[in-house]
Design a protein around this ligand. Structure first.
Ligand code: ATP
Ligand code: MG
Length: 660
């Protein structure tokens, strides 16, 4: 199968920069191969060594690693360090303060939506705040305890990290819901995971827009009641926007409705809380959090990660992939409401005692150079973002970057969608000044951490490829019959033949609440509809998009040809492939009014035209299935809860009727 337009860049290989090699955790390709071999041949030995860095109140009772991946031999499971006792919060905070002497090190530089709001928090300060927060949660009328679910609907503020860790300290399970979601989405997630507590804020500014989070949260709780399933006992509200607001009194910015007996102001509760809180020693396989997937392929899935495996996997992948060094300032621009934020803003960096930037705002406010300004301001050395953000910022050209000094940058990374070679090269040449490796990291909510990823000093890069598997991961490529393909091949990516600790074991099933948690057997077996993937002659993996989003086209060398072949395809009626407007192509196809991506050919941006959205995007990706469904004229579009702007459905549907 030919991949249009990619044969040119595929030849381009970027060797690791020599400057990074001296102190690197994985200094060269040989070391990668050796470690990789050990991780898949002797997973138990490999992960036992990783676990030595962390604190275990008591060792595993039985084997370090137990698993069954063979459906014919009963249910599928993976258990890491079963019976061992530990605490996530202790490992990422107390251990750093008490054992590693990192108390005075900055854990987060918080940068507000508005450039004049900032705060820095050391490890010691964060530990104190977390203990106080844990004490607040414990002291509620029906206090938060082990196994209780806490819904967290907060913007990107330090309190968000604080609540997550406070839950972890108590053995409670957090369920963070992206603060851009609607009341309906929040309600569904609260009910699905049966949360007893909710933590939210009065409001948040996103750019110039003020969002009344408390009001949305109230609506969500109303909806929960209407569904006859009201589970929330207490709602803790962070005073973030309105300084003058108290118990329902109107502030200059927001009006906050107050429900007596349910609502509690965060600062008032925190004021009297103690600064010491003994961690709850939980079992290695106890749950740490629930997080819902992006809903790209259908209804979002609630994924449950457990303590020990997730700790080991996020800690090691953060350390090796970003080659974490003590002097680094690391910045991941994702929202904590997605798995990228959980693993690579909260847990992975803290487990390594890293200093991170926590950014509340958006890339284009108050100006389009905001990202570059923040990199200069904090001296960011490792920068992790999404292809959509890069494509957005590319449009403004090099001028906004020239005003800032980006010399501190050493390593760049991307996640969330395939990165097209043009965006990769722009990121590499313009942002990284041809000095910084660009790491295209492929993974999923279910995997907890990186699955396919380059390592900056060890793995030569090819733009557009997520390169090779991370430690412990043995990817396989299957054909449509579920047979494994060897060597150069293209098909479905199956991500594990042997277990690795980030591997999630359970999925919360919306609408199957009584079944509570079920193993995700389908992901191991045949007939799965996962990411499409190609393995090249060097064993490099190229994520080609989702199998069902792809289109086979024979156009080879130019985008025009590709578009032509798309038009022909459409003319032949094989599949409705439609283009609206792309960053690369301003051709006006009157009959083509939507874009979907085809292999590596066409990419679209999540832009608005005349204030109306043109693509169904979540915070980080395009919901291509929705484009496809609209294009086919389907009436039932399924779960749209993760859409950034639901109006897009109307806009696209009306465009479709016009074009028809
Ligand atoms: P859902 O599972 O609900 O359909 P989702 O798969 O988009 O949604 P996430 O777990 O947030 O939910 O995202 C994982 C998916 O994101 C991957 O399966 C893949 O499609 C895409 N993805 C992430 N990183 C990359 C990458 N580097 N290259 C290509 N695709 C990526
Ligand atoms: Mg998925």
């Amino acid at each position: 199968m030919v991949v249009p337009g990619s044969h040119h860049t595929e030849e381009q290989v970027f060797p690791p920069p020599l400057e990074l090699q001296n102190d690197a955790h994985v200094p060269d390709f040989q070391s990668y191969l050796q470690l990789y071999k050990k991780s898949v041949d002797e997973p138990e030995v490999f992960w036992k060594e990783v676990a030595q860095d962390f604190f275990w109140k008591s060792p595993p009772k039985g084997q370090f690693l137990q698993y069954n991946f063979d459906v014919t031999r009963g249910s599928i499971y993976v258990k890491f360090m079963e019976g061992a006792k530990t605490n996530m919060c202790y490992n990422v905070l107390d251990r750093n303060v008490k054992e590693k002497n990192l108390g005075e090190k900055v854990a987060y530089f918080w940068e507000g939506n508005s450039p004049d709001r900032q705060r820095s928090i050391t490890y010691r300060q964060l530990l104190k705040e977390v203990c106080r927060c844990a004490n607040v949660l414990k002291s509620m009328e029906t206090g938060v305890g082990k196994g209780d679910r806490v819904a967290v609907y907060l913007p990107m503020i330090p309190e968000l990290v604080c609540v997550m860790l406070a839950c972890a300290r108590l053995g409670a399970v957090h369920s963070v819901v992206f603060a851009g979601f609607s009341s309906e989405s929040l309600c569904e997630r609260i009910l699905d995971s049966q949360c007893l507590f909710l933590v939210t804020a009065d409001g948040v500014f996103r750019g110039e827009k003020l969002i009344n989070l408390k009001q949305i949260a109230d609506e969500a709780l109303e909806k929960c009641k209407e569904k006859g399933n009201f589970t929330i006992k207490t709602c803790i509200v962070v005073r973030h926007v309105g300084d003058k607001m108290k118990n329902g009194i109107v502030s200059n910015k927001l009006q906050t409705h107050w429900t007596a007996g349910v609502d509690v102001w965060w600062d008032e509760a925190m004021a009297s809380a103690g600064e010491e809180c003994e961690p709850e020693w939980v079992e290695a396989e106890d749950p740490l959090f629930i997080l819902y997937t992006s809903g790209s392929t259908g209804k979002p899935k609630g994924v449950l990660h457990s303590v020990a495996g997730y700790l080991l996997y996020t800690a090691l992948s953060f350390k090796c992939v970003f080659d974490h060094q003590p002097g680094d300032v690391y910045w991941c621009t994702a929202d904590i409401g997605w798995i990228t934020g959980h693993s690579y803003i909260t847990y992975g960096p803290l487990a390594n005692g890293a200093t991170s930037v926590l950014f509340e705002g958006i890339p284009v406010y108050p100006h389009v150079g905001r990202f570059w300004e923040i990199i200069e301001k904090y001296g960011v050395s490792k920068f992790y973002t999404a292809p959509t953000a890069i494509r957005l910022l590319m449009k403004y050209g090099q001028e906004p970057l020239k005003q800032f000094n980006l010399d501190s940058l050493k390593i760049l990374g991307t996640v969330g969608e395939p990165i097209n070679p043009e965006a990769w090269l722009w990121f590499y040449n313009v942002v990284g000044q041809q000095r910084c490796p660009v790491l295209d990291t492929f993974w999923q909510t279910e995997t907890g951490g990186h699955v396919l990823t380059p390592l900056p000093s060890a793995i030569p890069l090819k733009p557009g490829s997520a390169t090779l598997p991370f430690f412990g991961v043995q990817p396989a490529i299957l054909n449509e019959h579920g047979e494994e393909l060897e060597g150069e091949a293209e098909g479905y990516l199956v991500r594990a033949k042997t277990p690795y600790p980030g591997y999630q074991c359970f999925i919360f099933l919306i609408e199957q609440r009584n079944a509570a948690v079920l193993p995700t057997q389908s992901q191991h077996g045949k007939g799965l509809s996962g990411p499409g993937c190609r393995r090249d002659k060097d064993g490099y993996y190229w994520i080609t998009g989702r199998i069902d989003d792809m289109l086979n086209v024979s156009g080879k060398d130019s985008k025009n040809k590709l578009l032509d072949s798309l038009m022909n395809n459409q003319a032949q009626g094989s599949q409705l492939v439609v283009a609206h407007r792309t960053t690369h192509c301003s051709m006006d196809y009157t009959r083509l009014n939507l874009v979907i991506n085809t292999k590596k050919g066409i990419y679209c941006t999540g832009d608005a035209i005349d204030g109306l959205p043109v693509f169904p995007v979540t915070a980080g990706k395009i919901l291509r299935r929705v484009l496809r469904q609209i294009a086919r004229g389907e009436k039932d579009l399924g779960d749209l809860s993760t859409l950034a702007d639901p109006r897009v459905v109307e806009v696209l549907s009306s465009q479709r009727s016009e074009a028809a």
